[in-house]
Design a protein. Structure first.
Length: 143
């Protein structure tokens, strides 16, 4: 069913994507910054991140057949002080019951792609690597 294959355009507005509230949050493992002096960076930059997501996220055929669009989708995760990604969560606008199965599949695809990302350059505060919350908007375009 390659003819159902879609093209993903991942539009990332990485400046201002980090949570609007400056400072830190507490987790079980300690402080996680919502804003760092230097934001974490995907290896190769924004263009490489966009290519990675386009190659690793597939829009489910069940949603394509039903002509369902998701609206805003974003992945929120932590990039730790070593550049590893953890605690991946997907935020998506609620859809009706009939589209739930396809959306669960889609969300799982996004989570898997983000969890398998290569190490990022970690965020820095006072020139020291720190864990940072990161929010990544994912925009889908079916062409």
């Amino acid at each position: 069913m390659n003819w159902f294959r879609t093209t993903l355009l991942c539009a990332m507005t990485l400046t201002g994507v980090l949570a609007a509230q400056p400072g830190q949050a507490q987790t079980r493992t300690g402080k996680v910054y919502t804003v760092a002096e230097r934001a974490p960076e995907f290896p190769g930059g924004k263009a490489a991140l966009s290519r990675y997501l386009a190659a690793n996220i597939r829009y489910p055929n069940s949603l394509i057949r039903k002509n369902v669009t998701t609206g805003p989708v974003s992945a929120r995760f932590i990039i730790d002080e070593t550049g590893q990604v953890s605690d991946v969560r997907v935020q998506i606008k609620p859809l009706g019951e009939k589209n739930r199965k396809g959306m669960e599949e889609y969300m799982a695809t996004i989570i898997t792609a983000v969890e398998k990302m290569p190490r990022w350059q970690p965020g820095l505060v006072d020139d020291k690597p720190v864990p940072v919350f990161y929010t990544l908007p994912v925009e889908i375009s079916m062409k």
